[in-house]
Design a protein. Sequence first.
Length: 64
Amino acid sequence: MQKTKKSVAKRFKLTAKGKLMRRTPGFRHLLSAKSTKQKRRASKDKQVAEGHAEPLKRCLPFGL
């Protein structure tokens, strides 16, 4: 049986159409130094690039 790679499962989520979504890095500390625009854009989830998504999807055999 193929197991789910838990490190990948904690960091990425699969959408209904099979796209991988990720959080923006650098959004946990030193927020007072970042601009409002930077914080607004960082609060939204981003889509993982196609080239990086394929091996990550193999780590999530059952989806999430």
